[in-house]
Design a protein around this ligand. Sequence first.
Ligand code: BEZ
Length: 238
Amino acid sequence: MEQSISYEPVSMPRIGDAAPEFNAVTTQGPIHFPNDYKGHWVILFSHPADFTPVCTSEFMTFATMEPQFEAVNCKLVGLSIDGLYSHIAWLRTIKEKIDYKGMKNVEVNFPLIEDITMEVAKRYGMIQPGESSTKAVRAVFFIDPQGTIRTIIYYPLSLGRNFDELLRVVIALQTADNFDVALPADWRPGDDVIVPPAGSCGVAKERVETKSDLTCHDWFFCTKPLSEDKVMHAIKNK
Ligand code: BEZ
């Protein structure tokens, strides 16, 4: 028998939109989002529920990698449809009891929003009723230092995120901005980057015919080297 799902009309933020504002209670005190994070990149992410295994593995991984995100000027903010005391109890359990893949005694120092009313989750399109109408999916919003949403990734309840990919996205977004380039499939710092497409027939001809540090696969697809040092130096000196 087909399950009937009721969909409330929602307006989901999109890439390029200003991050919707909200005030919230968190495990690190009250926050005013995104104003408190102006000048920083921020990952706002949701998880389905406290005291669940996939979420626990994710929090341990994210907390362990927090210094790597800090190093690229990126703050982390979590959220679930749970209350503050549940969050506190869960984070205490993670620190005191959980030993997973070499991670133990892990302290989660980034804020975790209590969103028992689902107000924030609904504004950010984190409730997707086909998946669950009571739990947030694993949403990831990458927000730039001006408060603009730059990337959105959603995962279902059953799949833990790839945190190396989340870090790669933060570095790639900053590199695209810092060097006015685009990043090809599977790009990692140190790999060649894509230069903006030729905007005139003259430039297209020059790209293909003139010797330079560009490698042109065709007039519309040219790459150039960009060292990992330059990528990281630009991020750290921004
Ligand atoms: C988990 O984090 O393990 C989980 C949460 C909600 C549904 C399924 C799995």
